[in-house]
Every structure is written in structure tokens, then in C-alpha cells.
Design a protein around this ligand. Sequence first.
Ligand code: LMR
Length: 330
Amino acid sequence: MLFRTTVLAAFALVALIIVPARADQIVIRFSHVVGTNTPKGIGANLFKEKVEQRLAGKVRVEVYPRSQRFTDDQVLLALLFGDAEMAAPSLAKFRSYNKSLQVFDLPFLFKDLDAVHTFQASKTGRALLDSMAPRGIKGLAYWDNGPRVMSANRPLRVPGDAKGLIFRIEPSAVFQEQYARLGVVAIPMPFKRVTDAVREGLVKGQENAWSNIYSRRLHKFQRHFTEAGHSFLGYMVVTSTAFWQGLPTDIRIELEAILAEVTAEVNRLAGEKAESDRRKVAAAEGVEILRLGDAEREAWRQRLVPVWKKFETEIGADVIKAAQAAGAGR
Ligand code: LMR
């Protein structure tokens, strides 16, 4: 009896060591700040689904949406410290890692989303994915959200209409300068604070993509929207160079193949999502969306384009030129 118990205990111990630990399983913690029904949220979940189908038992993906674990500023450090393996901050969030990436923030630089895509696929655009390597961050892909639109507690038809307002901005030096040129007090704030700041009237304006506006219900508190076509919200999917290089080659190749498929899907559905979320916001009570005519748009452009000059040295004149070549802004 004692012998049987000892043998069973020994088997249980071996099973404990061999089975439940699954020490060889790779875990990818994908941390992001937006809702699940946004292009990035859908993309992260689709990535998880495909990875767990095709690399079953080898790789598990845990998705943490809505800043559950980190804000965008925190997540880049978390990648470096091994507290997260993937993230997709907006392109406005990388200034401390590489200043050239600010090219994506310049107002009216890209005339439309096709121009953004052409630039991203160009030699310069692809080099920017690798530009943070000296800081340990590896860019894997560009994901779209959509055009940034401004909202405020009053209509903004001409640049002078924004004067004196307080705006929430993403922590971007370019945006800070852009809003300074409009006479706006711009407060950089993490995304998770935006709804409260807008609801409590701490800020009187903000800019974001339709999916973020709709999913965070910002239209309930600020009803005047302006589509100036000055900016696009896009993301870079990133990981740490050390983590990515440490993956077994076959797994890394499969993950890159999956990411390419997910990127195509995210960028296909982002346009549809922007349209459908815009329609839902437009249908809400009291909402007014100003789509500017050419002359009005030109007034915004004239006011904001001088921002480029201020950042030309930091970003690199060659990088700005390459972006212009991809489809010059009007
Ligand atoms: C923001 O901070 O407003 C956006 O970058 C959030 C996001 O990830 O879309």
C-alpha cells in the first residue's frame, strides 16, 4: 500500500513537472489602449486567433485592451523590460525613440491615406520601421485607423475659431506646436483620460479618429466636429528587438506571415470602420460635422503648414521630401 502510494506520488510529481508548466510555450502579451471594436482592437484579437490556430501549443497571445496594463508611454518601456511583448502605439508616440517618426504628425503633409501607404511602403518608410533598433524597439508593421477630426464645444470653421480653447492632445511636440499656432492651450494626456477630461469640461476640444471618438462616446459631450483633412491616425506595431531575435526562426517566420495577413485585414477594415462610426456619430442628437470646402481648408493649411519648418532638422529634410513625393499635401 505504502509502495503504491509512493509510486503514485512520484508519477504525480513527474506529471507536475512535465505537463502543466508548459515552459516551452511562448507567451506574447499584446497591450494597447483602445476598445476592442476599433481597427487596432480588432487587429490584436485577430492576431491572437490566427497565432493560436497556427502555432497551437507553441505560442499563446494575451491581449490587454483599454490601457488595462499600460499607457502608450509606459508600454514602450514595458517592452524593453520584458513586461509586454507587443504593442501598437500611434505614430505620434515615438518621439523619444526616434525623432524622424514625427513626419507622420506633420499637418497637411499627406493628401490622403493612399499617400500615407505609399510613403510607408517606400524605402524611407520601411527604414523608419527599423529606426528605433538602437533603442531596442523593433517596428513590425504599420496599421491604419483613419483621419483625425477635431471636436470642440463650439463649431470650428476657420482657424481663428479655436483660439482660447483648451485641447487634449496626444503627447506630440508637433501637435503642441500646431495648436500653439491656433492659439489653443494644448494638454498632452494619455488616451485613457480623454473621456473624463471631455465630460468634466477640463478640455474644450480634442482630435481623434472616428472609431476612438465613437467607442469612447466623446460625441456625447462635444458635439461640433471639423473634418479638415490635416492628419491621419496610424500605428506602428512594435516589439522588443531582443524578444523578436530570441524567437526560434520557424516561429518568427510564421508570426511575421500572420502579422502580414492581419495588417492587410486591419488596413482594409479601417476605412469601413471610419465611415460607419462617423455615420453613428452623425446620427447622434445635436451633433454637427463640418466638412470643409476648399477655401476653408486652405485657410487651415496656410495656418498650420509653417509647423513643418520648425521640425525639419529633427525629422530630416530628406524624410519630409520622401513623404511629399509619396503624395504631396495640398
Ligand atoms: C490617442 O492617444 O488619442 C490615440 O493614439 C489612441 C489610439 O491608440 O488610437
